[in-house]
Write a protein that binds this ligand. Sequence first.
Ligand SMILES: C[S@@+](CC[C@H](N)C(=O)[O-])C[C@H]1O[C@@H](n2cnc3c(N)ncnc32)[C@H](O)[C@@H]1O
Length: 275
Amino acid sequence: MQALSSQTFERIAALMYGAIGLSFNESKKPLISSRLAPRIQRLGLGGFEDYAALLESPDDGGEFQVAVDLLPTNETYFFREPAHFELIEQTLGRERPRRLSVWSAAASFGDEAYSTAMLLSDLAQQGRIGEDWSILGTDISDRVLRSASTAIYPEDRLRAVTPERLRRHCLRGEGESAGLVQIQPRLRERVRFGQLNLCADLDAPLPGAPFDIVFLRNVLIYFDPPTKRAVVDRVLTQLRPEGLFFIGTAEGRVPCDTPLKSLAPGAFRKVAPGP
Ligand SMILES: C[S@@+](CC[C@H](N)C(=O)[O-])C[C@H]1O[C@@H](n2cnc3c(N)ncnc32)[C@H](O)[C@@H]1O
């Protein structure tokens, strides 16, 4: 297959930017090329130009969603950035809410949502929060959401989960499923997943909104500055005043118009409007 030309790379990058806000600069050309080449071969297309034309055509047969499933980075794991979970535990231990609603806004395979479910389940069992808690996980990718709904993971992704939590909240696979774990049904029933594009309108309240806690971690890095700001302000409309907001610790300062109080790296509280 012919190498991905700069011109075709720009066509594909412009499509992704327009639809889901992902900003790929020229340095990402090898990544785009390596992720799309096997797909182009499987479809029996002539090359990247044909594939760009297919993505641009109104009758793409669902191929745009396939590209959206292939191009963004979905890396995630349980209890990533543990300081955030410690902060949630301390805050909730102090505030002792009777009900709690959480949104994992770029949920990927669901690791963040189920990590939170383990924490909330433990806090509820200790009587430090009420029993009425739920979690919504959303992502742009169908593929990761389908996987998240099965709640099946390679053991390695739960490397930061304590043995005691693993015992309490996970079922270990045997035989052909050795090396895999599945989250217990009583946690799974508290977590719902749905498709949501952070770059599209978010005017109506999501199920569970206004949320007490919103995670928007490790997705802003893929957006350019104007998109980042718009996404953060849009997402924050779904968080209640005084609610907790998390971005990835490597994502720097959070650029937005909504007033936030900084609590720790990547951790904020939404400031309540004055009297
Ligand atoms: C690196 S993962 C982050 C997962 C998790 N939040 C964490 O910190 O481990 C980024 C996720 O953002 C999703 N994503 C990228 N653009 C998006 C958009 N416009 N709307 C919703 N999700 C998006 C990707 O599909 C991917 O699953």
